[in-house]
Design a binder for this molecule. Structure first.
Ligand SMILES: Cc1cc2nc3c(=O)[nH]c(=O)nc-3n(C[C@H](O)[C@H](O)[C@H](O)COP(=O)(O)O)c2cc1C
Length: 151
């Protein structure tokens, strides 16, 4: 099984979540590619069994422009996308906490709720990452079917 983790991170928190997911996916026998959004060519997502998409949130629950550009460049909605992110509840409390995660879950019709981490995942929140990934690996229904290429 192949997975890709595409993530956007300015100060490293989302990247840390991405690295934890990478480690745990490898432990579950996945081959994992990492893609830092904004660096290099946008990968062909249709070759992966699972696509993980990670983002921080800013500007009152907004999705960063680089993430919007990435989604635009991908150009279609894979149905095997799982969204994670880091945020900070001090920016507007629960409503706006990791708002970009909620928006991407909705956009990609992900069948698993998004993973939301407060700042860095190191320490007590590592368990939350592990439990979420277990849920994805057990329960995700999405298969990677690229509609325009499936005939
Ligand atoms: C100007 C600014 C606005 C922010 N707004 C939000 C927000 O609305 N909701 C949220 O959950 N986090 C918000 N954050 C917190 C970041 O999303 C959080 O620090 C995140 O962990 C950064 O991820 P990174 O280290 O991967 O760049 C904001 C941070 C900054 C600097």
């Amino acid at each position: 099984m192949k997975a890709i983790i595409c993530f956007l991170s300015y100060s490293g928190n989302t990247e840390e979540v991405a690295e934890l997911l990478q480690k745990q996916l490898i432990e579950n026998d996945y081959a994992v590619d990492m893609y830092m959004i904004g660096y290099g060519l946008v990968p062909d997502l249709s070759v992966y069994d699972k696509v993980f998409l990670g983002t921080f949130t800013w500007d009152r629950g907004s999705t960063p422009d680089e993430m919007k550009d990435f989604v635009r460049e991908v150009g279609y909605k894979p149905n095997n996308v799982f969204v994670f992110g880091s945020g900070d509840t001090q920016f507007g409390g629960d409503d706006l906490f990791c708002g970009a995660v909620d928006k991407l879950v909705k956009f990609f019709n992900s069948d698993i709720r998004g993973l939301k981490i407060e700042q860095s995942p190191r320490g007590s929140q590592e368990k939350i990452v592990t439990t979420w990934l277990e849920g994805v690996l057990k329960n995700a229904k999405g298969k990677n079917i690229r509609p325009e290429k499936s005939e």
